[in-house]
Design a protein around this ligand. Structure first.
Ligand code: NZQ
Ligand code: ZN
Length: 384
């Protein structure tokens, strides 16, 4: 196990009725900007609960943050917040709203062009304090330090990480997720699953706790994930998924171990060029990464196959094939297609995707930084 430091400062309030906890989390004299997306929080009653909790606060609102939030829209919020002297941000929504709000929080006090936070990973030394009310369990953004933002003009989907943008608090009320469309519930399960895999399916290095914890999360998603489709109003299922997705990317299981993230980086280019939902890109790319990187990842894929899917017979290569197939089947069972062709993306697009990766300097991906552009091309071709 590698050395590590771990401090996750986000206070979580989990469960029914916890939106009321917002009142005490935000100083009463704060000027609060509520940020949200396309309006789901108005239709499912979440905004009403938030406004009730903030009835003594000064509150402004900024809506219209898109899925895969755009720099163009977020800069409008930055302008509003600067003008109105906002000193607390409250994101209400899914990963896109929360990520977008992290960018807004960092951009408000940023001196210079805020795009540099993404394009050059310019240091974020200050950010406006923020909290969130999560309505879509998937990204873990509610209690991590990462954000992904898209610049529509140039088809760039880029991320930044800064401890300054850890949310101060996150409200996880599973009842807010009853209104999710089936496809978004499924996306959430698959995104969380792949977050665990990116931190688990690397090389074996004696990190027993991280491995067993990751395996617990994977098994939970496999057992409970399909139920979120068949029993969308089951509180216990919604609660389990919400907690699992949070744990998958709050930083804990990735401490002290190698991490991969190639599936995400290649997937981001699919979203940037074709607008595919984030989770769908992961379902397409992960089985291919497992296949192309099967030698380097062999020990871990065999462990995964055995402990998660009970695959214990056959040659190593047969067992690896079976583990990849099981993974693909699980995504398909969640209603998410796993081939580029399923989304109308053909072989002639591969060159464009490789150009994007090159432009974004994604030339040495994976736990050993040895996924070159050539290997990324093989991964994409296997995903056709
Ligand atoms: O915009 P509204 O109207 O709210 O509708 C949203 C949106 O259309 C809807 N939705 C959310 N909660 C709902 C709901 N509809 C009904 N009822 C509810 N309770 O769902 C749609 C998708 O929302 P979005 O926030 O885009 O989804 P998700 O949470 O999957 O976030 C995806 C974004 O997060 C980034 C992705 O790249 C993508 O941009 N990621 C962020 C990460 C992080 N910060 O650590 C890690 C992830 O790997 C990921 O890259
Ligand atoms: Zn993800």
């Amino acid at each position: 196990m590698d050395n590590f430091s771990f401090h996750n400062p986000t206070r979580l309030h989990f469960g029914k009725g916890q939106i009321a906890a917002v009142t005490a989390e935000i100083p009463e004299n704060a000027r609060v900007l509520i940020t949200y997306g396309g309006g789901s929080i108005k239709r499912n009653g979440t905004l009403e609960q938030v406004l009730a909790a903030l009835k003594k606060h000064t509150v402004l609102q900024f809506g219209g943050i898109e899925p895969n939030p755009t720099y163009e829209t977020l800069m409008k919020a930055v302008e509003l917040a600067r003008k109105e002297q906002i000193d607390f941000l409250l994101a209400v929504g899914g990963g896109s709203v929360i990520d977008g709000t992290k960018f807004i929080a960092a951009a408000i006090p940023f001196e210079g062009d805020p795009w540099q936070i993404l394009s050059e990973r310019a240091a974020v030394t200050r950010a406006i304090p923020a909290g969130n009310v999560l309505t879509l369990p998937a990204t873990g953004s509610e209690s991590n330090a990462a954000a992904v933002v898209t610049r529509r003009e140039t088809s760039d989907k880029l991320s930044f990480i800064s401890p300054e943008v850890y949310p101060q608090f996150a409200i996880l009320d599973p009842e807010t997720t009853y209104s999710l469309p089936v496809s978004q519930s499924a996306n959430g399960v698959v995104d969380a699953f792949v977050h665990v895999m990116e931190q688990y399916l690397t090389v074996r290095e004696g990190a027993q706790v991280q491995d067993r914890y990751a395996e617990g999360l994977l098994l939970t998603l496999i057992e409970e994930g399909p139920k979120v489709l068949s029993q969308p109003d089951n509180y216990d299922v919604r609660a389990t998924i919400m907690w699992t997705a949070n744990q998958a990317l709050n930083g804990l299981i990735g401490r002290g171990v190698a991490q991969d993230w190639s599936t995400h980086m290649i997937g981001h280019e699919l979203t940037a060029l074709y607008g595919l939902d984030h989770a769908k890109t992961l379902a397409i790319i992960l089985p291919s990464v497992m296949d192309v990187m099967r030698k380097q990842k062999a020990d871990k894929i065999l462990q995964y196959g055995q402990r998660i899917w009970g695959i214990s017979s056959g040659s190593d290569q047969e067992r690896i094939d079976a583990a990849i197939e099981k993974t693909r089947d699980f995504f398909e069972q969640m209603g998410i297609k796993t081939r580029l062709a399923d989304y109308g993306i053909g072989a002639d697009e591969v060159v464009k995707l490789i150009d994007q990766l090159k432009r974004h300097n994604m030339i040495a991906l994976g736990e050993k930084q040895n996924i070159t552009l050539e290997l990324s091309e093989s991964i994409l071709r296997k995903a056709l």
